[in-house]
Design a protein around this ligand. Structure first.
Ligand SMILES: [Cu+2]
Length: 256
């Protein structure tokens, strides 16, 4: 309820529910803190006003109570961070769904577009080499590599299957970009030379905006693409269509 008031877009991913819950709890907590500290300030201003306290007290608090309270606070925060936050984060980024149960797509940023690379039916990404990069081969797929013959690349449109986890291997061809899909409650920097996996499970079919969340140059504002979540059949159709366009020879062969 508070999230909607704050203008946060609707959630469409499985883990997004917990992100929203966390956001909501944090905001309510911040509100309580703001009211608490503001009241404390008002009380202090009134209680230590000059009329009542013409001479300053240079010693202040002499007891140990506040030191103990601060030490306890440090312990509680350390327990929250080491005992809960880090293990949960580790689980999220280490336990990535296996190849069989998830859709694997490479997201490659460039000034100013996103290329999405699919394995095709063989489930293997073709070899890439910067020497092969051209306008018709934006990812430099090696034409002699068998695994790459059925690979499909889509520009600025990422296709995903509803209810099926998708693992994005994120990288960049030039500068640092970032994939941010607000509706899926995820974001990850795209760093040249590395492939960072990021995953989520869409739970609602639809078309969602993907924006570059890292200021990457003069055209950064226009670096947006779309995530299209649909049924497995629609997804297969879409990939087939792209494949027919990109590999006319393969599409025409009777073996396919
Ligand atoms: Cu960018």
């Amino acid at each position: 309820m508070l999230n909607r008031f704050l203008g946060i877009v609707g959630n469409a991913s499985e883990h997004g529910l917990s992100v929203d819950h966390m956001l909501e709890v944090c905001h309510w907590f911040m509100l309580i803190l703001a009211v608490g500290w503001s009241s404390y300030l008002a009380i202090a201003l009134f209680r230590f006003r000059r009329v009542k306290n013409p001479k300053a007290d240079y010693h202040g608090v002499t007891g140990n109570a506040s030191s103990h309270a601060e030490f306890a606070l440090v312990l509680i925060e350390a327990a929250l961070l080491l005992g809960f936050a880090l293990p949960l984060w580790g689980k999220r980024v280490v336990d990535i769904p296996e190849q069989g149960e998830a859709l694997r797509v490479r997201a490659v940023g460039e000034q100013y577009a996103w290329n999405y690379h699919y394995t095709g039916p063989d489930g293997v990404f073709g070899k890439q080499n910067a020497a092969f990069v051209s306008s018709s081969n934006p990812l430099g797929l090696d034409p002699s590599d068998e695994a790459g013959k059925d690979d499909v690349v889509s520009k600025n449109e990422l296709f995903a299957v509803n209810q099926k986890p998708i693992v994005l291997e994120i990288t960049s061809k030039d500068v640092i970009h970032a994939v941010s899909i607000k509706h899926m409650r995820i974001a990850q920097d795209a760093i040249p030379g590395t492939k960072v996996p990021m995953w989520f499970r869409p739970i609602k079919a639809g078309k969602y905006e993907i924006v570059c969340a890292q200021l990457c140059g003069a055209g950064h504002y226009a670096m947006r693409s779309h995530l299209i979540v649909d049924s497995q059949e629609k997804f297969d159709e879409q990939i087939k269509e792209l494949s027919a366009m990109q590999h006319p020879a393969v599409a025409a062969s009777p073996a396919q």
